[in-house]
Design a protein around this ligand. Structure first.
Ligand SMILES: [Zn+2]
Length: 275
């Protein structure tokens, strides 16, 4: 969940198809393929406006396979190893290193190697439940990091649902996003965050009282609140403003009961030897 610059200009994406369709087996598909690429750009990748094009028997399978033959080298390899990402641009997890097809290549094989359709992601995003889902009821779709420039703002937080000893973690869009962004964010969160997110939240949450005790010798509500604010600033800078960690800290910030609980737990927390 972040805004990214386009990995390639429209003409550079098209240049790949122009090159490929110099080969006789691809040559008959040039016109329709270029038209599909242009429709993608004109409609900002929207699954409600872009319809899979039938290139004829077997062609989709070969388009689908193009990604497999290319992902290990050249431009696609560079995109997968994109440096400087603080967290997964799709789900906010601390992991990166893979690529995800915004419009899934099973449904849209013609965009299998289109760079505007390829988003740096974590392995979970690339192999998780998102895979076969294209969209929900309009306007419910995934956030597109290249076209949705508003995804560069803070857009979500994690609500911590009591009992706090065995808390539940519910990802929610921040109020004030407005329509249709609120529905897009809700759909996105519900479809990209899974087990790994829940496990990570539980681990982070349970380690917070000790972390707080280590850094705060007052342990008042005011001092713990200040510390949560400070941790959020650190998380935003280190992991990005829509990272899992930042969203959890925003949820704590919004809940006086959660702050009270963390402070009470910090008071009784036993510090590790040598701390
Ligand atoms: Zn991810």
């Amino acid at each position: 969940m972040q805004h990214l610059p386009f990995p390639a200009a429209a003409k550079d994406d098209e240049a790949e198809i122009n090159k490929l369709t110099k080969k006789p087996e691809w040559e008959p598909h040039k016109g329709a393929w270029i038209a599909a690429y242009r429709a993608y750009r004109e409609n900002s990748g929207s699954p409600f406006a872009i319809f899979p094009y039938d290139f004829g028997p077997g062609v989709g399978d070969r388009q689908y396979a193009l990604y497999d033959t290319r992902k290990g080298s050249g431009e696609l390899r560079r995109m997968r190893r994109k440096e400087g990402l603080k967290s997964c641009p799709i789900c906010g997890s601390p992991v990166t290193g893979d690529l995800d097809h915004y419009l899934p290549r099973a449904a849209y094989p013609e965009f299998s190697i289109m760079r505007a359709n390829l988003i740096p992601a974590c392995t979970h995003c690339n192999s998780g439940g998102k895979r076969t889902t294209v969209h929900g009821g309009e306007p419910r779709r995934f956030i597109h990091p290249y076209f949705d420039d508003w995804s560069g703002q803070e857009i979500w937080y994690v609500e911590i649902v009591p009992p706090f000893k065995a808390a539940q973690f519910v990802p929610l869009g921040l109020p004030g996003l407005g329509a249709p962004r609120d529905q897009i964010v809700e759909f996105h969160l519900n479809n990209v965050l899974g087990t790994q997110f829940q496990l990570s939240m539980a681990t982070e949450w349970s380690s917070l009282p000790t972390q707080i005790k280590l850094r705060d010798n007052q342990l008042s509500i005011a001092s713990v609140t200040r510390q949560v604010d400070q941790e959020l600033r650190v998380a935003r800078a280190a992991k990005g403003q829509n990272s899992w960690q930042a969203a959890l800290l925003r949820g704590i910030q919004r809940s006086p009961d959660a702050i009270q609980y963390l402070r009470d737990e910090a008071i009784v927390a036993v510090l590790p030897p040598g701390a």
